[in-house]
Design a protein around this ligand. Sequence first.
Ligand SMILES: *Cc1c(COP(=O)(O)O)cnc(C)c1O
Length: 400
Amino acid sequence: MTRIYEELGVRPLINAAGTQTRFGGAPLPGEVVAAMAEASTACVRMEELQEAAGRVIAEITGAEAGYVTSGAAAGITLGVAACLAGLDVTRMDRLPDTTGMPDEVIVQRAHRNAYDHAVRAAGARFVEVGYLGYPGAGGTHPWQIEAAITERTAAIYWAVIEARGVVPLEEVCRVAHRHDKPVVVDASAALPPADNLRRFIAAGADLVSFSGGKAIMGPQASGILCGRRDLIGSVLLQNQDQDVHPETWSYRARFLDSGLLPGPPHQGLGRGFKVGKEEIAGLVTALRAYARRDHSADRARWDRLIQAVIDGIADLPGVRGRYLGSDSPTVPRARLDLNEAALGFSAFDAIGRLLAGEPRVAVSESAAREGALVINPLCVRDDDEAALIGRLRAVLRSTG
Ligand SMILES: *Cc1c(COP(=O)(O)O)cnc(C)c1O
């Protein structure tokens, strides 16, 4: 099955960490792999393939238009580039240098996160509003956002992350649209629940970026950008291969004959985020499968797996397992709290040993500093279960 890894001397791992990019994301469903393999055997006009995929994305998300990106981070950079340049070829040509164009992106302080580099990568500058601390849990007021909007504003950024006291998306969109400014949403990891595929667009967002390689179980280097047709138009111009002559350009009628552009832009900011036909085929297949999936069956499978892990280590001294997320629509997890003093090793030590052993096991490090391992079932295959529990037992058995 994994002969290629063996041949390269690379050991595969059991992924109990979730769809983390550094562990290769998810093992892909057979139908996704089949679609990618099939797509790889024939050449196509990529703009036509993107348009077809965009129609599927638009239908499933309820957005005007959709686009396949090389990941949610790429989608955010492309989306912000679209807000900066619009349909202006000279601006497209200039990015990420934003001289002469509005380049401020307003962000609530509680929404700043390590992935927001994707916004700045387009050339935009953040303008922060709101509080982090006192009073109470901090928070932003809608008037703070409104007061920050000026002629220099290019967009407002909103992230689907744990953040207390932020102004809800609906309200941000109302404020932004009063001033004719677009709202760009990072919804990378916002699935499940599946209805989030439509929720942010329904709330008024102008562009929403999802990962294709997280819960959708598409190719790891894929993502979905959905939203306003004009902004997606700017994205395609800045992302697709533009080694074109005006005379034969497939978008001649749409962009040149219509008078929208004086000429095609060439190899813009997003050229490095190219998406292959295989990723597009795989993403569309995965997205369709996700949209019609039995999500309660997924939930039941995850619950059973987590319970098996908790039961499987229940007799180990110094280790206490509990179920996380019973009241949440996101992926449930098991949290294994270690009595580090009694065990004689730390959660970080255990994580290192799990990754070094055979088979390798990756667990989530999200609570490692609190002395706990977190088991995320999303990428654990059914036939990994026995080996996963066996390795956890071997590593967590007290050495003292
Ligand atoms: C995972 C993640 C990203 C990056 O998504 P990719 O599809 O890997 O590019 C961006 N933002 C947040 C909040 C994420 O969790």
